[in-house]
Design a protein around this ligand. Structure first.
Ligand code: APR
Length: 251
């Protein structure tokens, strides 16, 4: 990240009325949360996404899938939001309107204090039943099998409220995502490889309506060419530097 590109991004954000921050797994990397693929190591190295993160996989082996998500949910107890998450919270004070649109299921933006978070891929901390999607809360850790839905006579197995491969995104979340991006003056894209649809289309939808795209990532992604500015580096370093630059302009 060069000082001049940070200053240019800061100037754009300072003049923006509506800002979107679109995040992916990279935004949680410095909190120590492994990406989905990183997590398929160690104990879980012999499994693949089709077994662990599809409706068919769940139907074939519900206890395996339950235990995989239980393990990932337990990991969340030991981690904390990082400097990048907190910088995004600070941005709320610096622009009129900010929406965080995330592909992450870890709830770290909310834990950091972001007020308006759209979860495109659901949340690992919520549950609903497989058949009817009745929502269920307060599920204990360490169960070997999915508990059954307690709603009426349903008794369907509970599943995590995340979007699995082959499933549609929640309609309300993805439409809100498109509206926010289309109305945004600036879209800050943080820590996503930009290859999973439909989330990867959001920056393009914004760009078509004139949004200025700024990317924060230590590596180039599938979105880099479409972005107006590329701030190379980890979110936990680049985002606080961006906040500092915006604040300096306000003096
Ligand atoms: N700060 C910012 N970005 C980072 C950092 C960091 N510290 N570390 C890594 N990155 C970047 C990587 O360079 C990569 O571009 O984060 C991106 C992570 O890419 P993916 O793992 O593909 O994550 P994401 O784009 O969120 O994947 C989308 O795919 O696995 C499914 O449903 C899952 O929501 C996920 C979706």
């Amino acid at each position: 990240m060069s000082a001049s590109s940070v200053a240019r991004a800061a100037a754009r954000i300072k003049n923006a009325k509506r800002l979107v921050v679109l995040t992916g797994a990279g935004a949680s990397k410095e909190s120590g949360i492994p990406t989905f693929r990183d997590a398929l190591t160690g104990l879980w190295a012999n499994y693949n996404p089709e077994e662990l993160a599809t409706p068919e996989g769940f139907q074939r082996n519900p206890s395996l899938v339950w235990q995989w998500y239980d393990w990932r949910r337990q990991q969340l107890l030991e981690v904390h939001p990082n400097k990048g998450h907190y910088a995004i919270v600070e941005l709320e004070e610096l622009v009129e309107h900010l929406a965080v649109i995330t592909q992450n299921v870890d709830g770290l933006h909310q834990r950091a204090g972001s007020k308006d978070v759209v979860e495109l891929h659901g949340s690992i901390e919520r549950f609903s039943c497989f058949d009817q999607r009745h929502p269920m809360k307060d599920i204990e850790f360490g169960l070997a099998e999915p508990p059954l839905c307690a709603y009426g006579n349903c008794r369907s197995k509970l599943r995590p409220d995340v979007i699995w491969f082959g499933e549609a995104l929640p309609e309300a979340a993805i439409s809100r995502g498109f509206v926010e991006c289309e109305e945004a003056d600036v879209i800050l894209v943080v820590g996503t490889s930009g290859i999973v649809q439909p989330a990867a289309s959001l920056p393009f939808a914004g760009k078509r309506r004139g949004a200025f795209l700024v990317e924060v990532n230590p590596e180039e992604s599938a979105l880099t060419d479409a972005c107006d500015l590329f701030l190379k580096g980890p979110g936990g370093e680049v985002l606080p530097a961006l906040i500092e630059a915006i604040k300096k302009m306000e003096l």
